[in-house]
Design a protein around this ligand. Sequence first.
Ligand SMILES: NC(=O)c1ccc[n+]([C@@H]2O[C@H](COP(=O)([O-])OP(=O)(O)OC[C@H]3O[C@@H](n4cnc5c(N)ncnc54)[C@H](OP(=O)(O)O)[C@@H]3O)[C@@H](O)[C@H]2O)c1
Length: 341
Amino acid sequence: MALQNIKYLVQEKGGQLVAMSVPKPTIVEPTEVMIRLKAVAINPADCKMIDQGHRVASWPLVAGLDGSGVVEAVGDKVKNFAIGDEVVAMFASGDRGASFQNFAVVPEMMVAKKPSTWSFENAATLGVCYLTAMMALGIGLKTRLPFLPGGPKNGFTPSSVLILGGSSALGAAVIQLLRLAVPDCLVLATSSPQHHKHLTSILGADEAFDRNSTSLITEVKSASGSQGVDAIIDAVGAGSSQRNIFDTFNPSGPQKYAQVWTGDEEIQVPSGVDSVMFRGRDLLHLQGGNNIMLALQKLLEDDSYKLPLPVHIVGDGLEALQKGLDMMRQGVSGEKLVVSV
Ligand SMILES: NC(=O)c1ccc[n+]([C@@H]2O[C@H](COP(=O)([O-])OP(=O)(O)OC[C@H]3O[C@@H](n4cnc5c(N)ncnc54)[C@H](OP(=O)(O)O)[C@@H]3O)[C@@H](O)[C@H]2O)c1
């Protein structure tokens, strides 16, 4: 068994990743799980932390929020995982909890078993977008979450929702979870045209629209029965530049707008629009939030939750993380960047 851990850290804001060999971490809390990373997925948040210092408490920083791997050690009070289990987890940037390293330590509630049919690379892409999509529904729109043990059983039941950024990792997760939470809801989504088939035939959107179409507003209104939609989930902060998107609301409907926190200023909305900002760390406020990864595990076992986006493996070995971050900075379209370990 390896005794050393290579972690990839950034010394200061705007820095490059540097490899550092340190002793393998130890379990400190009895409810912790140590994971040997087998694949790491890259998120826009990794770049925002490294480049702009978003939510960085101190430097040096080990980044990395997404990954999958094999359980290396467990604390005395860990109930559901054993050494050797293949898992997907939500990691925490900072140091010992981050995924840009060979071994990371996370609380048991942030871990789910990976089905054997899922590759480590595919599973590594699940955590952040799933968790944040759950916040979009449970906190942003306050829908029911029937598949979350202990989660809200009642809530807002929109008849139609427009998802801005259906081909983003977050949007692709939202489409699927909304379909499960409110099965009869008309689910509409925007993206570039090459992703429309994926959004409708794989993820379950009813209709997808070209996000750059000059007739987007009319098209969405007409698809929703001419009145307009009950709610919008903005997965990419599109409302800041696409100001006429609020015209897709049914003016006599609830006009709920759930906007993800992108790190930028909160998007201002026209009067009458009920706007709520959501983010991953709202988990603390979600009823049943402790069971969020348990719910993911069940959805994967039942085959009710699909791979949100195709995976693009950018390299083999943690040294490929720098290349992955550079690619993310250029922008991605309808895919997740992953490094195999
Ligand atoms: N606060 C949190 O906890 C949290 C958690 C997760 C994500 N986020 C934030 O949420 C945002 C999305 O994250 P992500 O990982 O899902 O992003 P991503 O996958 O990297 O997003 C790329 C996608 O965005 C789409 N897009 C960009 N502008 C668009 C627009 N105006 N309309 C429609 N689609 C648009 C592109 O669509 P096409 O290529 O089809 O044109 C592309 O597929 C980021 O700002 C991220 O930082 C925040």
